[in-house]
Ligand binder design. Structure first.
Ligand code: NAD
Length: 486
């Protein structure tokens, strides 16, 4: 019987690994300390990597069916303990029940679907003279580094493809949301050979030890663009492979022919799902001037219906900001808007004495295009609504960012929607919908939103080396004939 409310420990070499030091985990809705989190030492990371390297010998040669069973077993654990995972996720991350359910159920679905994915050899030539093919071999040991907004799902996005391709993995959750991942590690102890999956928690320093660790062959990283650059610099020391899933500043472009009443709730959740702590949140909403006032007033009206609060309460739709540093960062955007006399169409007043790290949903009415709020990624519930008139101009503005993660276009004129969508610089472009993901759909960022991708066979390939094998069918035959003739 696994107790989800206490006893958080590292998983190294298939066993619990005690630590002498711990740090606190908080419930963001109450600011109360909820757990002592194990703080892994550098030596423990070394042990995890050494164990993974030992396990790699057998795991890398295991059959497709063995790996598939491993992923299905992880899915089973998530499903069997779904209620416990959801409650703990809400407690440590702050997201309400519906969001927790989406994440835990989604993580299990991802395991089940990635378990079906297979990289077959690519036959390039098969003639009487030569057989040439490319096969995909595992890299070795992967270090997975995860942020705090979707701690379980984004860990699975790394664990599942790493294991499926024959790699072993050492996973590090964010220091702000380590608890579910530690429990997942605990529940997997008996299911996988020791060393195939290790879970180590610690601070940012642990992440740095991983990116420079000579025993790791790849870093699969999700987090901010700034940290992603550190990861890449550090990984360069041993030419580790990297996948970087980084920040975004997704534009949504709304055409004049939409019905503001219909589209307002969809756009609201495009921006504020997961309390706007979402790499793919709509972070700049470009609305055609003909419907600007009508849509803004629908958005304001809808915002007033949304219940923000403690995610453990059944009627809560949006939770708090997950951690104190992020809370302070989001407040800076409010202060910057106040200093620059932006108009808050709704929200704007933060109760700093609230029990948790709560920030009201805030819509900012047409701030200048160069305001911090528009240029940067606030990662909190404050959204600039921006007016546009000319199609070329709005496309230019939407693309005028160092980010390129996602984008969306909304309108009844499908030709216009597709025309505009085809010119947006982003890894995912949604047309008349948003946040549709699939294990079979490549996901990643353009520009400074990342490098490489996760999910689909493209994502799976990122956990492999390609190896070209050429077989000359005739050379040895000739030698054999010469030998026989001699
Ligand atoms: P972060 O970059 O601060 O931290 C992410 C992880 O990196 C954490 O586990 C952290 O401990 C670790 N870390 C910190 N410094 C490190 C270093 N120098 N070397 C190695 N590891 C280090 O990000 P965050 O604040 O946890 O997450 C929010 C950011 O993540 C946002 O920018 C968001 O857009 C982005 N994000 C991107 C995606 C995506 O798929 N593109 C998904 C979710 C979040």
């Amino acid at each position: 019987m696994v107790d989800f409310n206490s006893g958080y420990q590292l998983t190294i070499d298939g066993r619990a690994a005690p630590t002498t030091r711990t740090f606190d985990a908080y419930n963001p809705a109450t600011r109360a300390v909820i757990a002592a989190v194990p703080d892994a030492t550098r030596e423990q990371l070394d042990l995890a990597v050494a164990s993974a390297r030992r396990a790699f010998g057998t795991w890398s040669t295991s059959s497709f069916e063995t790996r598939q069973s491993a992923l299905l077993a992880i899915a089973g654990v998530l499903e069997k303990h779904a209620e416990d995972f959801m409650a703990l996720l809400t407690k440590e991350q702050g997201k309400p029940r519906a969001g927790a359910e989406w994440e835990i159920v989604g993580a299990a679905i991802w395991c089940r679907e990635i378990a079906k994915q297979k990289l077959d050899n690519e036959i390039l030539e098969d003639s009487p003279e030569r057989r040439v093919f490319t096969r995909f071999t595992p890299l070795g040991v992967v270090g997975g580094i995860v942020p705090w907004n979707f701690p379980v799902l984004l860990a699975i996005w790394k664990i599942a493809p790493a294991l499926m391709t024959g790699n072993c993995i050492v996973i590090k959750p964010s220091p702000f949301t380590p608890l579910c991942t530690l429990k997942l590690g605990e529940l997997c102890r008996g299911l996988l050979p020791p060393g195939v999956l290790s879970v180590v928690s610690g601070g940012d320093e642990l992440g740095q030890w991983m990116t420079s660790h000579p025993g790791l062959d790849k870093i699969a990283f999700t987090g901010s663009t700034e940290t992603g650059k550190h990861v890449m610099r550090s990984a360069a020391g041993s030419l580790k492979r990297v996948t970087l899933e980084l920040g975004g500043n997704d534009p949504a472009i709304v055409l004049p022919d939409v019905d503001p009443k219909v589209v307002a709730p969809q756009l609201f959740w495009a921006a504020f799902q997961n309390n706007a702590q979402f790499c793919n949140s709509t972070k700049r909403l470009y609305v055609h001037e003909d419907i600007y006032d009508a849509l803004l007033s629908e958005l304001v009206a809808y915002t007033k219906t949304v219940k923000v609060g403690d995610g453990s309460q059944p009627d809560t739709q949006m939770g708090p900001i997950q951690n104190e540093p992020q809370y302070r960062k989001v407040i800076e955007y409010f202060e910057d808007s106040e200093r620059n006399h932006h108009r808050f169409a709704v929200g704007g007043k933060i109760d700093r004495n609230a029990k948790g790290w709560f920030i009201p949903v805030t819509l900012v009415d047409n701030p200048p295009e160069d305001s911090r709020l528009v240029v940067e990624e606030p990662f909190g519930p404050i959204l600039p609504i921006l007016k546009w008139r000319d199609e070329e101009d709005v496309i230019r503005r939407a693309n005028d960012t160092r980010y390129g993660l996602g984008a969306s276009v909304w309108g009844r004129d499908l030709a216009a929607v597709q025309r505009i969508g085809s010119r947006l610089e982003a890894g995912t472009v949604w047309l008349n919908e948003v946040h549709q993901y699939s294990p079979h759909q490549a996901f990643g960022g353009h520009k400074e939103s990342g490098m490489g991708c996760e999910n689909s066979l493209h994502g799976l390939m990122e956990y492999t080396n390609w190896q070209t094998v050429t077989l000359n069918k005739q050379a040895m035959q000739q030698t054999k004939r010469d030998d026989e003739a001699a």
